[in-house]
Design a protein around this ligand. Structure first.
Ligand code: ZN
Length: 206
């Protein structure tokens, strides 16, 4: 019963490691690229309840952004008929699908970042709710700097690597008869390390 579980855990760890490394490489690539090119992928959806949403995922100047524009007509179906979204949305937000241009801030350009510490680091959250052409209109802007995305994706592989280095160092020190914590030479009859005063009974058994 333990063996398949162990195998599954190993497979899960390897998959997680490969996925994290792949993602962090992808983030690194888009991060560097964002200083040369501003990219956007725009789309729109409309649901049966009369809500119309246009969204875009963007990158530029080291920042990733998400912009969502939602018009809800569920309280006012008549306005939906007259809503000029077909002509309106593409002209306001650019054509749908993928587009790119020479570098420039993708989000902060039109919505200046808040004058806070978080804002100066490149994070941004902006939210507005109003009535627009008879709809309940909600507008969101979310910006996250690529360095934060990179650290999020590299955190797991990095912690595994550091953990492995620490573990190997400990094993090596024990094999050489040194204190696994600080590396001070030990002899058999000492119960505490003369360097760091850690009790040694457990370490010698290992
Ligand atoms: Zn020690």
């Amino acid at each position: 019963m333990r063996k398949p579980l162990f195998r599954f855990a190993l497979l899960a760890r390897r998959t997680m490691m490969a996925a994290s490394l792949g993602l962090s490489l992808l983030v690194l690539f888009i991060w560097v690229r964002s200083f040369y090119l501003s990219e956007a992928y725009r789309g729109q959806t409309r649901n049966v309840f009369g809500a119309y949403t246009s969204w875009s995922v963007r990158s530029g100047e080291g920042i990733a952004g998400l912009v969502v524009d939602r018009f809800d007509f569920s309280d006012n179906p008549e306005a939906a008929i007259n809503f000029p979204q077909r002509a309106d949305a593409p002209s306001r937000y650019g054509s749908l699908g993928y587009s790119r241009r020479r570098s420039g801030p993708p989000v902060a350009q039109r919505y200046p970042p808040q004058e806070t510490l978080i804002g100066s680091l490149g994070f941004q959250f902006f939210h507005r709710n109003d009535d627009l052409q008879g709809s309940d209109h909600t507008f969101y802007v979310l910006a996250i700097p690529f360095w934060a995305l990179f650290f999020m994706t590299i955190a797991y592989p990095l912690s595994r690597y550091v953990g492995g280095v620490v573990k190997r160092q400990r094993e090596e020190r024990i094999a050489l008869g040194l204190c696994p914590t600080c590396g001070t030479p030990m002899n058999e009859n000492q119960s505490r390390c003369p360097g760091c005063d850690k009790p040694m009974a457990l370490a010698r058994q290992a």
